[in-house]
Design a protein around this ligand. Structure first.
Ligand code: ADP
Ligand code: ADP
Length: 224
């Protein structure tokens, strides 16, 4: 069963008006469990729109989006939100960690919100932070961490509730090349250890080449 499957997805902003923008046309894509797929796109190609549709933050005009084999087309917003919370983790270029909480607490809180008992949430946070090498920094607030450490904590937070699918938008875009390399290595460790699927948008062609597959988005279409 695919972690993510899009079929014939199309999206146009402001249809029929002078400001019409045809962003996505006929997008078919599949990401299988355990697969790390790169999404490479020039600016303005529709990358953010595509990631938002994959993460159920936006709806296509036509076509279908299925997460873990569940077709989300036409599902009510409450159901989409529940599936998003349970099945999808997001990472952005900037970490968006809660500044007043420690690294560990940033990974624990989403689990508590999801109903996980505190002891289990703490154990999982410690395990995830250990996997990416920031266990010694667990009691520090984000401001006390380096950029690479902050982003590794952001990955752990995104994976806190064991989502089926990780969506990342330029997760290393704000880091120097060496740190980006380390952070990417940590991400691969997390994904390989948990067996989750990941779709990672990046401008870094070197990192893209190290993923399992590269998808290229050009003018709203995926290159065959
Ligand atoms: P990318 O992330 O690849 O830069 P986006 O998905 O953000 O691309 O945007 C693709 C195109 O759609 C761009 O031309 C952008 O200006 C346009 N666009 C994005 N969001 C909107 C919106 N809400 N209304 C109108 N046009 C939009
Ligand atoms: P980088 O060069 O990788 O961005 P920094 O030079 O910012 O890293 O930090 C080096 C080390 O010092 C890191 O382990 C970081 O967590 C730690 N560190 C940086 N600032 C603080 C701080 N204000 N309090 C505690 N530790 C810090």
């Amino acid at each position: 069963e695919a972690a993510l499957r899009l079929s014939g997805v199309a999206k146009t902003y402001n249809p029929g008006s002078p400001g019409e923008v045809r962003v996505l046309q006929g997008i078919d894509l599949t990401v299988n469990p355990g697969e790390v797929v790169a999404l490479v796109a020039p600016s303005g190609a529709g990358k953010s729109t595509l990631l938002h549709i994959c993460g159920l933050l936006d709806t296509p005009d036509s076509g279908t989006v299925a997460i873990g084999g569940q077709d989300m087309t036409g599902q009510p917003e409450g159901r989409r939100t529940a599936v998003r919370r349970q099945e999808v983790g997001f990472v952005y270029q900037f970490h968006h960690l809660l500044p007043e909480f420690t690294a560990a607490e940033n990974v624990i809180l989403p689990q508590l919100a999801n109903g996980t008992p505190r002891a289990a949430a703490e154990a999982r946070a410690a395990e995830l932070l250990g996997l990416v090498g920031v266990a010694p920094r667990a009691r520090h607030r984000p401001a006390a961490l380096s950029g690479g450490e902050q982003q590794r904590v952001a990955f752990c937070r995104a994976m806190a509730n064991a989502p089926r699918l990780l969506l990342a938008d330029e997760p290393t875009g704000n880091l120097d090349p060496e740190t980006a390399d380390q952070v990417f290595g940590a991400l691969m460790t997390l994904v390989r250890t948990t067996g989750m699927a990941a779709l990672i948008a990046t401008h870094n062609l070197e990192l893209a080449a190290r993923m399992d597959r590269v998808l290229r988005l050009n003018q709203g279409k995926l290159d065959p």
